[in-house]
Design a protein around this ligand. Structure first.
Ligand code: C2E
Ligand code: MG
Ligand code: MG
Ligand code: MG
Length: 295
C-alpha cells in the first residue's frame, strides 16, 4: 500500500513537474524576458504607434484614427495582446501608456498643423492606468503640452473596466470634465455591457469584431447587433463597428448610421503611410470606401 501511495505521489509529482516545466515555466520564461525587455523598451525607442482609420460609412469620410501600439523589440515584433498584459503586471504600462498618449497627441497636432483639423485620435487605456489617481491630471498635462483640444482625443476603455465602476467612476467624471471623449471598446463581449453604459455618459460604443463576424448568416446575431446600434443611438453615443474585413460586411453595415473600422479600409499603419491613405481617400468622390494604396 505504501508503495502504491509513493508511486502515486511520484507520478503526481512528475505530472506537476511536467505541467509546470512545459506549460507554465516556458510561459513564464517568455514572460520574464518580455517584462525585462519592456523596462528598456522606451529608453531604446523600440515602440511606435500605428494608426487605423475610422470611416463614416454613409459618406466614406475618415473621421478619426485609432492609435495602436507596436513594439519592435530585441525579441522580435511582439503583439500588444501579448505584451500589454505583462506591462500591466510589471507596472511598465504607466510610462508606456503615457508615451502612447503623448505620441498620439503629437501626431494629431502635426495633422492639425497640416490643415487637417477635423480628425480625432483614439487611444487605448488599460484598467491598470485607471488605478493611478493622477491619471486624469496626466492626460490634462499632455493635452496642454501638445496644445490639442480635448474633444479631438478619445480614450478607449474596455467594458470589464467598468465592472470596477466604483473606483473608475470618479476618474471617468474627471476625464469628462477635461473634455476628452470616452469610448467603450470591445462592447458586447463582456458580462457587463449594459451596466457599463448605465451610469457613465459614453460618447462612443465600439462593437467588437466577434459580434460582427457572426451577423452574416445569423439572424439572432444580427438582432443583437442592431439592438446595440439602437442602444448607442438612444444613449446619444456614436457607434463604431470594429473588424470589418469584407465588402459584404461593409455593405450590410452601411445601412446603419455607423462608423466602420477594419482591414477592409486599411490596416493600422505608421503615421506617414496612414496619411497617404487618407490623402487618397480625400481625392475620391463621396462613397469611396477602400484605400487604393496597397501596403
Ligand atoms: P483593440 O483596441 O480592440 O484594437 C483593435 C485590434 O483589432 C487591433 O489589434 C487591430 O489591429 C485589430 N484589427 C483592426 N481591424 C481588424 C480587422 O479587420 N481584422 C482583424 N482580424 N483585426 C483587426 P492590435 O493592434 O494587435 O491590438 C490588440 C489589442 O491590444 C487592442 O485591441 C488593445 O486592447 C490593445 N492595445 C493596442 N495598443 C494599445 C495601447 O497603446 N495601450 C493599451 N492599453 N492597449 C493597447
Ligand atoms: Mg481599441
Ligand atoms: Mg476593440
Ligand atoms: Mg481589445
Amino acid at each position: 500500500q505504501a508503495d502504491v501511495a509513493l508511486f502515486m505521489a511520484k507520478s503526481r509529482g512528475k505530472e506537476n513537474f511536467e505541467f509546470f516545466s512545459t506549460e507554465l515555466l516556458d510561459g513564464s520564461i517568455r514572460k520574464q524576458e518580455i517584462a525585462a525587455a519592456l523596462q528598456q523598451a522606451l529608453l531604446h525607442g523600440e515602440f511606435s504607434v500605428h494608426y487605423q482609420p475610422q470611416v463614416e460609412l454613409s459618406s466614406g469620410r475618415i473621421i478619426g484614427f485609432e492609435a495602436l501600439l507596436r513594439w519592435n523589440s530585441a525579441l522580435g515584433a511582439v503583439s500588444p495582446s501579448e505584451f500589454i498584459p505583462i506591462a500591466e503586471e510589471c507596472g511598465a504600462i504607466h510610462s508606456i501608456g503615457e508615451w502612447v498618449l503623448r505620441e498620439a497627441c503629437l501626431q494629431l497636432k502635426s495633422w492639425r498643423e497640416q490643415g487637417r483639423p477635423d480628425i480625432r485620435v483614439s487611444v487605448n487605456v488599460s484598467a491598470k492606468q485607471f488605478r493611478d489617481p493622477e491619471f486624469a491630471q496626466k492626460v490634462e498635462r499632455i493635452l496642454v503640452e501638445t496644445k490639442v483640444p480635448p474633444k479631438f482625443v478619445e480614450i478607449e476603455i474596455t467594458e470589464s473596466l467598468m465592472l470596477d465602476i466604483g473606483a473608475a467612476a470618479e476618474l471617468l467624471q474627471e476625464l469628462k470634465a477635461i473634455g476628452v471623449n470616452l469610448a467603450i471598446d470591445d462592447f458586447g463581449t463582456g458580462y457587463s455591457s449594459l451596466n457599463a453604459v448605465k451610469n457613465i455618459q459614453v460618447d462612443t460604443l465600439k462593437i467588437d469584431k466577434s459580434l460582427v463576424d457572426e451577423v452574416l448568416g445569423s439572424d439572432r446575431s444580427m438582432a443583437i447587433l442592431t439592438t446595440i446600434i439602437e442602444l448607442g443611438r438612444n444613449l446619444g453615443a456614436e457607434v463604431v463597428v470594429e473588424g470589418l474585413e469584407t465588402i459584404d460586411q461593409v455593405a450590410l453595415m452601411r445601412q446603419y448610421e455607423v462608423i466602420g473600422q477594419g482591414y477592409y479600409f486599411s490596416r493600422p499603419l505608421p503615421a506617414d503611410k496612414a496619411t497617404r491613405v487618407w490623402d487618397k481617400y480625400l481625392e475620391q468622390p463621396n462613397g469611396m470606401f477602400r484605400a487604393p494604396i496597397l501596403y
